[in-house]
Design a protein around this ligand. Structure first.
Ligand SMILES: Cc1cc2nc3c(=O)[nH]c(=O)nc-3n(C[C@H](O)[C@H](O)[C@H](O)COP(=O)(O)OP(=O)(O)OC[C@H]3O[C@@H](n4cnc5c(N)ncnc54)[C@H](O)[C@@H]3O)c2cc1C
Ligand SMILES: NC(=O)c1ccc[n+]([C@@H]2O[C@H](COP(=O)([O-])OP(=O)(O)OC[C@H]3O[C@@H](n4cnc5c(N)ncnc54)[C@H](OP(=O)(O)O)[C@@H]3O)[C@@H](O)[C@H]2O)c1
Ligand SMILES: Cc1cc2nc3c(=O)[nH]c(=O)nc-3n(C[C@H](O)[C@H](O)[C@H](O)COP(=O)(O)O)c2cc1C
Length: 1180
């Protein structure tokens, strides 16, 4: 019979006779015949396998080529079973069908058995080395892991697989390491559990929660993460499996470690008589904790503190808050006395000393928790003689005869200890599994794995429970034990191998720095030293800002430049212009306001430079003279010859918005003027568009300036620093989303995100149609907000943070990958390079701008989804298309500017329309979010007076709707959001003071208010205030209002205006109708022209105030009309009158509040009406 069986095996090409013989002798002899009989009966089954096996062998030949080197041939060192290239037959003594393990062929050489010696009962057969891996090894393992990962996705050898492997390979070749994506990490952690041959609970392997804490870089952060892990795992007793992973090993000198063997464990205090109070297992570690300064209470049940070390630094210990650990007092269902033993155990077993080894990467700090199998507590913890050793105590209480083992008192007591454990956990609804159930589950798992994975590594010695082994099914099953990666490996206890900063007591450093590491440190230190010694060149940074952005950028620039220069940073209004000819390096960051004007704090410098350029003295009066009287034509050649700033090197970063025709005019003016004064440009002026990529431009510009300045001044600038702002291009593997906690309320998050104080108020009423048009056609609405306590003045603005429509958000959400629940809170993390004296290391850090929020909230409140995406984004999207045609088209648009412009103009696409046009594009959410531009606030003039409508704020809003060239509707984000907002719905905004557009201090001065369309908005706040003045019996002035609209139906506030005239709050109201049938097209400036004689009196003779509000083109036309009318009236040249109007502005009598482009946007976008080109202020 045996020979038949053996020859059958030969036929099947299974194992050598010798191997079979070895197995036969190892098997319980009395079962051999049964087994062989079964095998004969199963001969047909074998034949069926034959086919599969030959296919499998072929597969292995093809796919495991690269692993050959790792698999030690059976003749050399290592377990002969694990190195056999053929399937191993595994028998089940209880008669279940035998299975063939083929997976072992993938095993690695980490088991230490040899042909002669089986070491499988030796506890720690592989302990991970302390040194980092060699590059070749990392490459091999990374490749193997990527193969496993993409095979699991059924995408083996796909373009995605290829691309990812290229990326990983390049990273390893360049830096010796790489980063796993979050999906890879999760896959790897689950697989490592699946591969853990000693674990009986692996049926759960796919249900593992992975806490990716690669961003955590401090011990405190580790402690917090581990507390969260314990809370999550414990789940009030309904225990869940979880793993937490901290940053991976880099050079082996900056390891992260958890020093505890388990996150939760009891201290063990050795007494002078050699006995131990507490858990003897932890005596050594308790002493370590004590040396670190921890003071245990000395009781039987003291929890050890958590000891962690980050980045190779010395450890810190942390005591758990009381509510973190769930503990179970142990009672027995039948023995009341059991409670009097005062035994207890904690609910969560969490191993924290293992290394997670995946894809060549080593995670040295991990915590892995599941739930207990009852024997772990009942047998091992309570009754092992080297642990609490309770067996005899229990037996005695049970009144068993302990004098002889033949009474089986040990067995009986052990069973009752286990009964107590199960009863105590179960009666408190705390998850625990008995060893019978666990064994049966493992058998199911084993059978499943054999079918679907062709094997399941298992260590019989560990799998068979410590109680009643042979009455559990696992006892009767043959297993093969082999080592697969990813894996959880033993590593040396941190307290034995840690290198201490200073020697402390008996704990001594064990490791030495190698030459390369020392050399790196020396180079770094000498670089710092040399830099400190070098005489620093002074660099002056000037900024002018209205809303704070330029100041913020200037400070960032100062920080960067400070690495090599002696920095002086000033707001322009604080800068003494007389210093300018001593400057050798001047960097300017300035925005543009009004309509091509400097921000208020830049005006003085603007005029000073203008004066300098003219060679004029710069006293205040003379400056006015210069502005008013001097010719604007400068002799540039003369200026160039004198070159007062010839020693100066300069660069300008101009902030602006392409919504305004005079884009970045002030910055451009500064650049031009400094150049004309003899300064040498380090770089061409850079214009950052607020509507698109301003920050990105600045981040590229600043390091370039730094580098260029270093070159000019012959300073050795380190590449590291000149790349300081130059973040590596984000990729799918350097951005990830991790589940997180909400970081605050929306108003708080918006405040941080936009660096503004954002307030949350509610809508008082639903928005009202201000026109007589049907609701569907309405073009302007009144928005009434309930805003108690809000501080503002008539003329001020609010900046409203809009929401993207839910259609847009839902549409985009559907196209993204990387999350399952759009309403789960995630933190976006970015892989950052951390510079230390020992080199540069990667670590995950929260995205510096994007808050932890749900994908839905982020898309709703934080990102601009409506502006046509830039080419950069299209390029990025091209990487995530499944269809080549989509990827190619997106690439073309992303690289070919002409094609892009044409496509953009044709579609004016929102992000959703892009994703819908390229249907196979499915970008990962984290990376996608990181590349979106912020959803900006929109300004609205306040249409109410706080003294007239108390606790409210009103807005007059024109709805922006237009069509693309294909006739598809496009909607303005904020105006349409405001039109659909519900009563009581919250909305988020800030108030922006507009001191230049407030009512005159002298209430008797005449006022001419000019505001067509929504330009009327601030005037409503004026007339409400004037009503209050009237009630207060203040001296009244003459007020004329010029309003224009398309048709009578669009006459805003018509009724209100009539009553204001009746009550003599407004003296005259003009209505210019531009599209009313049978009426000639009339604009406000036409009526101004008609009424100019009377207006001249108000403006010039009575020193009245002019207020112009609305679209920039209208403001320009009105300005020209007034200038021309005065010129005609006074018979003066246009330039003389221009100067007069400038003077009016200086006297604060000509007020403008321009909206950017709102009227006739399409036309204006292509037009460049640069009124201020002729103006001396900016001189551009
Ligand atoms: C200081 C100040 C005060 C303001 N006060 C008011 C006010 O009181 N009331 C008011 O209604 N508005 C006011 N605005 C304008 C307001 O801030 C917004 O710009 C306006 O509501 C449009 O915002 P939106 O989000 O609806 O449109 P967005 O989503 O910003 O869309 C507008 C953009 O759409 C594009 N666009 C628009 N029309 C076309 C077209 N025909 N062809 C091609 N592209 C086009 C342009 O790129 C334009 O910039 C003010 C602006 C400023 C600066
Ligand atoms: N769909 C609609 O029916 C509708 C209606 C009103 C507004 N809107 C939109 O709403 C937004 C702004 O609306 P709004 O109420 O503030 O303004 P608006 O109604 O567009 O314009 C107000 C008035 O100003 C006129 N105007 C245009 N250019 C001028 C100039 N250079 N100088 C002086 N007057 C000028 C307009 O005449 P014109 O007749 O020449 O435009 C109109 O009579 C725009 O996006 C606009 O397209 C749409
Ligand atoms: C009322 C107003 C007027 C503006 N006028 C212009 C302009 O004429 N030209 C321009 O390029 N940008 C203009 N901008 C855009 C600003 O320059 C832009 O928002 C810039 O980022 C602000 O930078 P800051 O915070 O340093 O002031 C204007 C913005 C507002 C709110």
């Amino acid at each position: 019979m045996p020979s038949i069986a053996l020859s059958n095996n030969d036929d099947l090409g299974l194992e050598s006779d010798e191997e079979i013989a070895l197995q036969v002798t190892e098997t319980q002899a009395d079962k051999v015949d049964d087994v062989l009989t079964n095998r004969l009966e199963d001969i047909s089954e074998h034949m069926r396998h034959l086919n599969q096996l030959s296919q499998f062998m072929q597969f292995n030949e093809e796919n495991n080529e690269h692993k050959r080197s790792e698999v030690v041939p059976s003749t050399s060192k290592g377990c002969p079973l694990t190195h056999m290239q053929r399937p191993i037959r595994l028998k089940n003594i209880e008669g279940k069908p035998e299975v063939y393990d083929k997976l072992h062929t993938q095993g690695l050489k980490n088991l230490t058995c040899s042909n002669d010696v089986c070491k499988s009962s030796i506890m720690s057969n592989y302990v991970a080395p302390l040194q980092p891996r060699k590059q070749d090894d990392v490459l091999d393992q990374a490749k193997d892991f990527m193969n496993q990962y993409f095979a699991s996705l059924k995408k083996a050898s796909s373009p995605r697989h290829e691309a990812r492997w290229q990326e990983v390979q390049q990273s390893i070749e360049a830096t010796g390491e790489y980063q796993l994506t979050e999906a890879e990490l999760i896959f790897g952690a689950k697989l490592a559990w699946r591969n853990a041959s000693r674990c009986i609970g692996r049926i759960q392997w796919s249900k593992l929660k992975v806490f990716d804490c690669r961003h955590v870089t401090t011990t405190k952060g580790m402690f917090e993460a581990l507390c969260n892990h314990i809370k999550y795992g414990t789940n009030k007793g309904n225990i869940r499996s979880a793993i937490t992973l901290f940053p991976q090993r880099t050079d082996g000198l900056h390891d992260y470690r958890i020093w505890n063997g388990e996150l939760i464990s009891y201290a063990g205090y050795r007494q002078s008589d050699g006995t131990v109070i507490g858990d003897p297992l932890n005596v050594e570690f308790t002493e370590v904790c004590t040396k670190l300064g921890w003071k245990g209470k000395g009781t039987q049940w003291d929890y050890l503190p958590l000891v962690v070390s980050a980045n190779g630094e010395d450890p810190e210990f942390f005591e758990y808050p009381e509510d973190v650990i769930l503990e179970v007092p142990l009672t027995h269902p039948n023995f009341e006395w059991f409670a009097e033993l005062h035994l207890r155990w904690y609910a969560l077993p969490a191993v924290s000393s293992l290394m997670f080894d995946v894809g060549g990467i080593q995670f040295t700090a991990t915590a892995f928790s599941g739930w207990y199998m009852s024997t772990e507590i009942g047998c091992r913890n309570l009754c092992d003689t080297n642990r609490l050793n309770m067996l005899e105590t229990i037996a005695t209480k049970m009144q068993l005869d302990t004098r002889t083992t033949t009474t089986l008192w040990k067995d009986k007591a052990l069973v009752e200890a286990n009964v107590a454990v199960l009863h105590s956990f179960q009666s408190r609804n705390i998850t625990i599994v008995d060893h019978h159930t666990a064994s049966e589950n493992f058998m199911k798992h084993f059978e499943n794995e054999s079918k679907i994975r062709n094997g399941c590594p298992a260590d019989w010695i560990w799998i068979v429970p410590p109680l009643s082994g042979s009455i559990t099914p696992v006892f009767h099953q043959e297993f093969t034990n082999y080592y697969l990666r990813p894996s959880f490996d033993y590593q040396h206890p941190a307290y034995k191998v840690h290198v201490w900063e200073k020697e402390r007591g008996e704990i001594k450093p064990r490791r030495k720095f190698n030459f390369k590491q020392i050399a790196r440190a020396v180079i770094f230190t000498s670089m710092l030293y040399a830099r400190a010694l070098s005489k620093r060149v002074k660099a002056t940074i000037l900024y002018a800002t209205e809303t704070g952005k330029s100041e913020q950028y200037a400070k960032q620039l100062a920080e960067l430049m400070g690495h090599a220069f002696n920095i002086h940073i000033y707001c322009m209004s604080d800068y003494d212009i007389s210093n300018i000819d001593h400057e050798s390096l001047l960097l300017v960051v300035a925005s543009t306001f009004g309509n091509g004007d400097p921000p208020e704090n830049g005006e003085l410098l603007s005029q000073d430079l203008y004066a300098l350029r003219e060679g004029a003295d710069i006293s205040d009066e003379k400056r006015m003279d210069a502005v008013l009287n001097k010719s604007l034509q400068l002799d540039i050649d003369d200026l160039k010859k004198s070159e007062p700033l010839r020693k100066l090197n300069f660069a300008v970063f101009a902030l602006g918005s392409t919504n305004y025709p005079n884009f970045c005019a002030f910055g451009i003016y500064l650049d031009k003027t400094l150049g004309e004064l003899g300064g040498k440009r380090l770089l061409q002026v850079e214009c950052g568009d607020e509507m698109c990529g301003q920050e990105q431009k600045f981040r590229k510009w600043a390091p370039k300036v730094f580098k260029s300045a270093c070159q000019i001044f012959d300073l050795n600038c380190s590449d590291d620093l000149s790349n300081a702002f130059h973040e590596d291009k984000l990729t799918a593997s350097t951005v990830r989303m991790v589940p997180s906690q909400r970081a605050g309320t929306i108003d708080k998050l918006l405040s941080n995100y936009h660096n503004k104080k954002v307030q949350r108020y509610k809508m008082k009423t639903a928005p009202r149609n201000l026109t007589k048009l049907a609701d569907v056609e309405k073009s302007t609405i009144l928005v009434e907000i309930y805003a108690p306590g809000l501080d503002y003045e008539p003329g001020d603005h609010v900046g409203i943070f809009p929401k993207n429509s839910s259609e847009l958000v839902n549409g985009v959400l559907k196209r993204l990958t990387g999350f399952e629940d759009a309403d789960e809170v995630f933190q976006i993390q970015v892989m950052k390079k951390k510079r230390t004296p020992n080199g540069t290391f990667n670590c995950w850090e929260p995205h510096d701008k994007i808050p932890a929020e749900t994908p839905r909230t982020l898309l709703t409140h934080f990102f601009d989804l409506s502006t046509p995406p830039q080419q950069d984004l299209l390029n990025l999207l091209a990487d995530f298309c499944d269809e080549n045609c989509d990827a190619e088209r997106l690439q073309k648009l992303g690289t070919d500017s002409a094609a892009y412009d044409e496509w953009r103009q044709l579609h004016l696409p929102t992000l959703l329309t892009v994703l819908e046009q390229f249907r196979s594009c499915r970008p990962p959410a984290g990376l996608f979010f990181s590349n979106l531009t912020p959803l900006q606030s929109r300004f609205y003039s306040i249409s109410s007076s706080p003294r007239k409508v108390i606790n409210e704020i009103h807005l007059t809003v024109a709805l922006v709707k237009y069509k693309n060239q294909r006739g598809n509707d496009r909607y303005g984000v904020c105006s349409n959001y405001l039109a659909t907002i519900q009563v009581q719905e919250p909305l988020y905004f800030f108030v922006r003071s507009a001191p230049g557009f407030h009512l005159p201090k002298d209430s008797s001065k005449p006022m001419v208010l000019i505001g067509p369309g929504t330009g009327i908005a601030p005037f409503r706040s004026f007339w409400q205030e004037l009503d209050v003045w009237r009630e207060l019996k203040m001296q009244r002035s003459k007020v004329w209002l010029f309003f224009g609209c398309r048709t009578r139906e669009m006459d805003l506030y018509a009724e209100e205006k009539r009553s204001l005239v009746r009550e003599q709050i407004l003296d005259r109201v003009f209505l210019a109708l531009s599209r009313e049938p049978e009426i000639p097209k009339t604009y406000v400036q036409h009526q101004i022209e008609n009424e100019f004689d009377a207006l001249y009196k108000l403006i010039v003779e009575e020193k009245g105030h002019i207020y112009v509000c609305g679209d920039v083109t209208m403001a320009e036309d009105v300005h020209q009309t007034i200038r021309n009318c005065i010129a005609a009236k006074e018979q003066k040249s246009v330039s003389e009158v221009e100067a007069f109007l400038q003077a009016l502005r200086h006297e604060n009598r000509y007020h403008e509040d321009v909206f950017g482009i709102t009227l006739h946007t399409g036309e204006t976008l292509n037009k460049s009406t640069i009124r201020r080109a002729a103006r001396p202020l900016t001189g551009s």
